[in-house]
Design a protein around this ligand. Structure first.
Ligand code: BMA
Length: 305
């Protein structure tokens, strides 16, 4: 990973409405723009989603108004009462689907919304029960079914990455666990899907986050894993080493210390990928990596799933 030397690329000063943070953005490249849909804390501690656009993927400007705020009427309102967080974007056909965490007195679950133009957005469905976060859709179907990686919570086992399938993006099932935290490893406490998986010749490249607990609190880092091209429930290899850890001052110190957290990465035609991450839950950063190198890390020095 090579950090962009203009990091952080977005902070609260870049937002034309009152927010305390700009972090954990979903990312996608359209015909015309690079788009980030980012999370911002308000001063009441709850989150909304904003939107930023760029021509080069590095220099972004933020839309004058928030992109999504918690719903106040209809069936979503009860479940978005405490805020909306950590969006991921996936293009399927001509539409862009956004999976985002919705918080309420009932817990956290996942909302699905869609847009064609990143001007208007339509809520589609709530696609999990409570105690789910970090849902990333695959942009392709497998045997006629959509697939997603998700991260249910349980008190019995460390929080792991699962896969689920759906005929219509709304009803999900056939769930199974695909990858678990590794004991006494940088991702031993919990893991979660990060960026929308990227199709490569070697498999689906998925960038995930892992957490390690120290005497000084938790550290969020990023790692990568390859899933089989045709059967994404099959993990081919998981890089043993992390690919990014908090090092820059705005990753080490902020709203939550020692966090790099991704919700989006954009593959380019030259074989590189732009990876976007929130630093310390406060600012947005970007870096680039060679897709080939990330795949090689998964294949040549894999830990057990
Ligand atoms: C996770 C989520 C993320 C956040 C991370 C570090 O549980 O809340 O949105 O970036 O913690 O605080």
């Amino acid at each position: 990973m090579r950090r962009y030397d203009g990091n952080p690329i977005l902070s609260k000063e870049d937002v034309p409405y009152a927010v305390e943070t700009v972090h954990n953005a979903g990312a996608i490249k359209t015909q015309t723009d690079y788009i980030l849909v980012f999370r911002s804390h308000l001063r009441n501690g709850r989150s909304i989603l904003g939107l930023a656009r760029s021509e080069d993927g590095f220099r972004f400007s933020v839309d004058p108004q928030p992109f999504m705020v918690p719903s106040t009427q209809g069936s979503f309102a009860e479940y978005e009462e405490y805020g909306i967080e950590d969006p991921r974007i996936c293009r399927i056909g001509d539409e862009f689907f956004i999976t985002y965490s919705v918080y309420s007195r009932h817990g956290v679950r996942i909302g699905l919304a869609k847009t064609c133009d990143f001007k208007s957005v339509e809520r589609v469905a709530l696609i999990t029960q409570a105690d789910y976060r970090n849902v990333v859709l695959f942009p392709k179907k497998f045997g006629g079914r959509f697939a997603r990686l998700d991260r249910p919570h349980t008190e019995i086992a460390p929080w792991s990455i699962w896969i689920s399938y759906s005929p219509d993006l709304i009803h999900w099932g056939d769930s199974r666990v695909v990858m678990k935290p590794a004991p006494y490893h940088w991702d031993e406490v919990k893991i979660g899907p990060g960026a929308t998986p990227i199709e490569t010749e070697k498999g689906w490249l998925s960038i995930y986050h892992g957490v390690f607990r120290t005497m000084d609190g938790a550290i969020y880092r990023l790692g990568c894993v390859l899933h089989d091209n045709h059967y994404p429930e099959k993990v081919i290899g998981i890089a043993d080493d992390w690919i990014l850890q908090p090092e820059d001052p705005w990753e080490v110190t902020g709203y939550v210390h020692n966090v790099v957290f991704t919700c989006g990465a954009i593959p380019e035609n030259d074989g590189t990928v732009k990876i976007y991450w929130g630093g310390a839950d406060t600012v947005m950063c970007v870096g680039t990596a060679e897709i080939e190198t990330l795949c090689a890390l998964c294949l040549n020095s894999s830990r057990a799933p």
